[in-house]
Design a protein around this ligand. Structure first.
Ligand SMILES: [Zn+2]
Length: 230
């Protein structure tokens, strides 16, 4: 009897929760509610710097490590983003990709594991077009300087050179790697549509985060101040 009572109370609570969520879902042009981040995983090679596909709005010529494309695609479906920079550095053929000397030393842009985002169809000003980007930033970094896995660093309001009207920087956690090289592994959130990949495995020892607290930002972030970086 007491068990049945407990169960029905639980069902009622669930129903109330579901009802309270419904209006929120209804007003979202982009379905932002579902978070796939209950678990993340480490993707081991083969990584490669590839062009960003048309399904992810971007500046012509932008490229990233292909292992973050499923996550980026997932984000682009839910938030009206426009990628302004991804990989920054040389290609094997000697051609240069991305902005030149615009990221700080050690930036994840030098490994193709970071993107800079602005609103799709924005006008450059911090106006209503940035609202979804702000929601994306808060989703990726609910508390300043504590990004949600698999993000390594999130640059937005409170980070110099980032924020509404400037850009949102997202970096994915990855194995330590010199600039312009492919990281051994990248941490991603599963989206259920990744290409074939090697079985999940973890390093024998917990991966040490790459040096520096951010996507190349080399100063302390507490207090919400940091140097202009990515
Ligand atoms: Zn950046």
């Amino acid at each position: 009897m007491s068990h049945r009572l407990r169960s029905s109370a639980w069902v009622r609570a669930l129903a109330i929760f579901a009802l309270s969520c419904a209006p929120l879902l209804a007003v979202c042009a982009y379905a932002e509610a579902a978070s796939p981040l209950a678990t993340t995983k480490l993707l081991y090679g083969p990584g490669k710097i590839v062009p960003i596909p048309a399904s992810i709005p971007h500046e012509e010529g932008d490229m990233v490590d292909k292992r973050i494309l499923p996550d980026l695609r997932w984000i682009a479906k839910r938030y009206p983003i426009y990628v302004t920079d991804g990989y920054s550095g040389p290609l094997p053929n000697g051609e240069h990709v991305g902005c030149n000397r615009c990221h700080v030393k050690g930036s994840d842009h030098y490994n193709g594991l970071a993107v800079d985002l602005v609103p799709l169809n924005g006008d450059g000003k911090c106006d209503a077009t940035w609202a979804p980007i702000t929601r994306l930033a808060l989703w990726a970094e609910p508390t300043q300087n504590h990004p949600r896995a698999p993000f390594r660093w999130v640059g937005y309001d409170g980070d110099a050179g980032h924020g509404c009207g400037h850009h949102l920087h997202l970096s994915w956690e990855h194995a330590a790697v010199p600039q312009f090289e492919i990281a051994e592994w990248v941490e991603v959130f599963p989206v259920g549509e990744q290409p074939a990949r090697k079985p999940r495995k973890r390093p024998k020892t917990p991966p040490a985060p790459p040096p520096g607290p951010s996507g190349g930002i080399s100063t302390v972030h507490s207090g919400g101040l940091s140097v202009r970086g990515d």
